[in-house]
Design a protein around this ligand. Sequence first.
Ligand code: PHE
Length: 488
Amino acid sequence: MLGTMRTDPARNWAMVDLLAETGWTDQVYVAGAGKALEEGGLVDMEEKKSRLVSLGPEGTKAAVEGLLEFRLWEWISNQDDSGRSMESLLSAGFDRKEAGPGVGLLKGLGISIEAGAFVVDDEDAVSRAIDQRSSFIQSLAEGATESSSLDGALVEHFTSRGGLIEFEDTVSRTWSLTKEGASVDDSELAEVDLIGELTTEILQAEAWRGAEFKPFDVSAPTPTSLGGRTHPMQALIERIRSVFLEMGFSEIEGDYVQSAGWNMDALYIPQSHPARTMQDTFYLSEPERVEVESEYLDLWAKVHEHGHDTGSRGWGGTFDKDEAQRALLRTHTTVNTVRYIAGNPNVPSRVFGIGRVFRQESIDRTHLPEFHQIEGIIHEPDASLPMLISTLKTFYAKMGYPDVRIRPAYFPYTEPSVEVDIRWREEWMELGGSGIFRPEVTEPLGTEWPVCAWGMGLERLAMLILDLDDIRQLYLPDLERLRKMPLL
Ligand code: PHE
């Protein structure tokens, strides 16, 4: 390419000229060689953007039949005063599909309608404007035209009307020699074949032997690829999952729809607890009831009424078995771990689950009616509070938050109960609750071993990790923002 350009050093070379003179058949060669020469400071490349305007399907039609305003104006001009009405327009063969937009166009040209009749102030001005438009369309009918050489106001006018004109943007490049390019000594120029890509043919023919390879430029700019990515929430869930798995836990799942019994009574939450009201819990009408095995209903009734043989005095009152079978959307994932123990009372276990829960909350910066919890238990003969605390500390340290604070707390189903905070930007952030299940919970489930249990907020953690100040940002379909969130 350099050799070719040096045959006429002052020329501005277009793509077609370079293809013709070099004998190359593909523009890619010119673009590639031009780029390399440009990087070497031997040629300059100039890019000229241009915009071609041509007729669209409606424009082609208008070039033959005349623009709608032209045809309307022709008709109006041929009517006497009494005939210039909407009514006779419709009977003259203009259908409603044309009449509507047509009247709009006429108004734009200074023609008004008064009491159903067309009123024209300046007939000459209307004719002139329509002539201009018609000849614009006629000129385009002869061939596509560079936008810059057309009347800007007319281009704008026709752009706003559907299908009349179309645009095609093109970029044309020209190459010219720089001083250095022009002064290269001919003896320094040699034509060399560079292998840019190893193909099967090259390998089979062993053509690579002794050949030169094109250096691979890892710093060359490339377009940013906007491929798919995992949603940040899903990515966080995967990461939490792998942390618990590597700590030796197994994953469990459960249904969104549960009975109040398993969601609450099994956890020794008194049936009169305020959180059980409709203001806090979503009860369902379909299904309205979820049946619970009578074995558990009987046990919970005894425990709630007088403590059964748990050593507790119970809450007193009468346990309502119907209430225990009301269907609801689970309000915490503790229902999953409790049911897991009931199903495996004699097997030491360490399980976790990450799942969606539902509460009647008003939506604001830090609250959503649907959110996720990271739930888990250690159920084994020697489970203990220190074991619980070190497990949670290890988990958060692995997530990147080594400063964990444990505070005493209260839950109806744990004793002792603790709340877990992590240190973030000089502040303590509350992330969840935990504790050792009370005997009122574990005995009806069929175990006498202690159970370390916890339920942590996932969205809170996500807000810290993704540096968000509004929880709703996690779930808005704002692709731009989601794309920019850090990869986890
Ligand atoms: N279920 C509690 C909540 O939703 C958290 C918790 C789980 C507390 C297990 C103690 C034990 O906030």
